[in-house]
Design a protein around this ligand. Structure first.
Ligand SMILES: [Zn+2]
Length: 396
């Protein structure tokens, strides 16, 4: 398990001979470029090899005409501490997910902590501790944005101000604690927003014994920044209510792996029909009752592309640039100044698709040949995906 606290700088990295460059930008998903130059973990140039300064690189990677995309961002995870999940008592799930192309994860609450405190001072302390712990510890190099408190009755605006000044940037899923009524959630979501804390609401039926139903009226009244797992986690609201949420709210439409797949497709189609594909973001909602899904994000991309008939290059934007913009992260887009977090992919061996994008549109998941975070190679050929037909080579 590659886990370091203090990261070395990448120096200059040249990534050349790119066959397909996916940008993460839904307005222009494919870039006409074959080379990326990185300086100390940040993209410094994107373009044609002949036009760029590629001299003096510490590391050069020959992509061998395969695909480079921004590292995937899982918008909805439930981490606890380190690379352990008590939900399925499993070790190494974050490192394993990096082998599925995920370079950033966003916590929707550290809800699986055994004995999780529900009193106000305790829940604040947990959030601050989780935020600190995951900023100091990155399993497999993965950036885990954690410290997402579950709001409880009795919290005041002062509590949100205090959390914000301590470095907390997210709320865990609204509705998992004692605040379940729309009017109560609305007040706290507004306090959070005022202090720069982003909110996500649980949508749909209870996930596990002990959690509750949040229906479309509560979601609309609470007005959280992200309509969390709009397709349920697992139990979904009706398709009609989900489409109504897409139409009446202007907030982010988060679709997850551990939800209702039929409604996932309906929600993505509704967003396209409403001409707001930039609102769609993807997550797994793992670890959960259905386990840990190292390939969950890739499976979501293949599901939506193949069954909702959305071009694969666009669905990759749901899993990268859309999430980065909505969650204000400095990754997810192939753009100068952004973090050099990339996933290198090719069509899986023996897929019926002739190209990577066609294979995804046919429902196959791609093979990963390399993952890079902050300009550093974190894995070569993935141990989890089907084998990529061609993989990048580290020239030096
Ligand atoms: Zn939930």
């Amino acid at each position: 398990m590659a886990t370091t606290t203090i990261e070395e700088a990448s120096g200059k990295v040249v990534i050349k001979n790119i066959g397909l460059l996916l940008s993460g930008d839904i307005d222009q998903p494919i870039l006409q470029a074959d080379t990326i130059v990185v300086m100390d973990g940040i993209i410094s140039a994107v373009g044609r090899f002949k036009d760029l300064d590629t001299e003096g690189a510490k590391t050069t990677i020959d992509v061998r005409q395969t695909c480079v995309a921004p590292g995937l961002i899982d918008s909805h995870v439930h981490p606890v501490f380190g690379d352990w999940t008590p939900r399925q008592n499993q070790l190494g799930w974050i490192d394993s997910t990096m082998h599925g192309g995920v370079t950033t994860m966003v916590s929707a609450g550290e809800v699986h902590l055994p004995g999780r405190p529900k009193d106000i001072v305790g829940l604040k302390a947990l959030a601050i501790t989780a935020q600190r712990a995951f900023s100091n510890f990155r399993p497999g190099g993965v950036k885990v944005i954690a410290g997402a408190p579950i709001i409880e009755k009795g919290m005041t605006e002062h509590d949100f101000a205090e959390l914000a000044s301590a470095g907390v940037t997210l709320l865990g899923e609204v509705g998992l604690g004692s605040v379940k009524a729309g009017y109560e959630a609305k007040e706290m979501v507004a306090w959070a927003r005022k202090h720069g804390i982003q909110s996500t609401i649980h949508t749909g039926g209870p996930s596990i014994p002990g959690s509750g139903l949040i229906d479309k009226d509560v979601v609309l009244e609470a007005d959280a920044d992200v309509i969390g797992h709009i397709n349920g986690g697992h139990t979904s609201l009706s398709e009609a209510h989900v489409c109504e949420l897409c139409e009446k709210s202007s907030r982010a439409i988060e679709i997850v792996h551990n939800g209702n797949e039929r409604v996932a497709i309906a929600a993505a189609k509704a967003a396209l029909e409403l001409k707001c594909p930039h609102r769609v973001i993807l997550g797994t909602d793992g670890p959960a009752g259905s386990g840990v899904q190292p390939l969950g994000m890739l499976r979501m991309v293949a599901l939506l592309s193949s069954l909702a008939n959305i071009p694969a290059e666009m669905v990759f934007c749901f899993a990268t640039g859309n999430t980065a913009r909505i969650r204000q992260l400095n990754c997810g887009l192939i753009e100068v100044g952004r973090a050099a977090d990339f996933v290198f992919m090719d069509r899986a061996q023996h897929t019926a698709g002739k190209t990577l994008l066609e294979s995804v549109q046919l429902g196959d998941i791609p093979g990963i040949g390399m993952v890079m975070i902050d300009g550093l190679v974190r894995c070569m050929r993935s141990r989890n995906t089907p084998p990529a037909t061609e993989v990048p080579v580290v020239v030096h």
